[in-house]
Design a protein around this ligand. Sequence first.
Ligand code: CP
Ligand code: NVA
Length: 306
Amino acid sequence: MSTAAGLRHFLDIDQIDISVLRQIIDRALVMKRECMSVTAKPLVGRTLALIFEKPSTRTRVSFEVGMRRLGGDVVVLSSQEMQLGRGETIADTARVLSRYVNAVMLRTNSATRLHELARHASIPVLNGLTDQSHPCQVMADVMTFEEHRGSIAGRRIAWSGDCNNVTRSWIHAAAQFGFEFRLACPAALGASPSLIQWAQQNGGCLFVTEDPKEAVKDADCIVTDTWVSMNHNDSETRYALLTPYRVDQELMSLARSDAIFMHCLPAHRGDEVTDEVIDGPNSVVWDEAENRMHVQQAILLWCLGL
Ligand code: CP
Ligand code: NVA
């Protein structure tokens, strides 16, 4: 989303014009292919603050390394070590950080906190995951699909598992990039009526079912994620509901023979995906993890107007 002040925040895939999203993916693919980021240093003198209110491996490392590859610097902050963790407001934190750094990424439970940060910052704000969405992840996923299989437009992506923050960003991406998203999840853990309505009103080709076999039929890609996200309580009920949605070789065999498998990671092997699938020949999860770095470099360049 761009604010009235002309700030380029990267908060959610549904908030950004498709021409910008397309340009980011294309640029990331070129940067990866040509190793441009290693030689060009467009971010010399710029600093990115990374604030984590919950754990991370990929987001932290990919943003930090990506920023350094472009010549920039980072400050990595855990909210528990900040005055934010002792009650300083998000708004005041936004005002102060805006005087020191050029952009800020936040990983938090609450989308409201992210939007409050963006409202009060005078620098670009990036969404590093909330309990509602994970747009940087799905940008990397779209990039990974296109790297392996060409344009995602008109293709069929199937999700089997919990409908969570990553799923919501996939639904946003389906409407924006024009692909079919087939969501299989238990009714009790399904997409909210408002999200389904949003997809319908915004041209999103969304098919919802409780049957994973129906969802993956003729799919070009099967995606899943953990059954217990960071904002969820681990419960036996959740496991019982989700067990039929495990992505195993039998489910993969119902998709197209060249269907790829994606997972944002961390994976809980044996739960949402079997070792055979995640380590199998159609799995692209390591490229997907690497592409977080490339796509975030392109996102940062766009946010900073470069
Ligand atoms: N996929 C992802 O965001 O991983 P981390 O939680 O390790 O950052
Ligand atoms: N859905 C997961 C994604 C982790 C990257 C979570 O929110 O924990």
